[in-house]
Design a protein around this ligand. Sequence first.
Ligand SMILES: [Zn+2]
Length: 139
Amino acid sequence: MCTKWLDEPDLRIAEFDRTYVLLNRDQFFPGYCFVFTKEHVTELFHLSPPVRQSVVEEVTAVAAALYKIFKPDKINYELLGNMVPHMHWHVVPRFATDPLWPRPIWSEPHQEVILTAEEYAERIGLIRQAIFATEPQRH
Ligand SMILES: [Zn+2]
């Protein structure tokens, strides 16, 4: 996760003050993004209050953008870090029509959905545009 921003340039959506935003390569859940901290930490209590506040605002901006584009029934936010010890949020639009609804995204395996390069670029462009249209005012 520390080098994911460098390693996966084709999935980059946005760089914020405290986090990076990447599209998940598996788009089984359309719009599934990762928001991961620039700081190598694992727990919210490792972050100073101002940094933590920025991280939450940045996750919120991504969620609002995904909601606007995909119009899901719910946004899921998952912050686990059991397997990858660097803070990364799974921000996942969920639909009542998806086969795993209303269970967590990991409740059963699914076939990965891999897009074409053009489809990734188009989806990333939409999300980026929506993020910067809905981003809250900075102080
Ligand atoms: Zn790290």
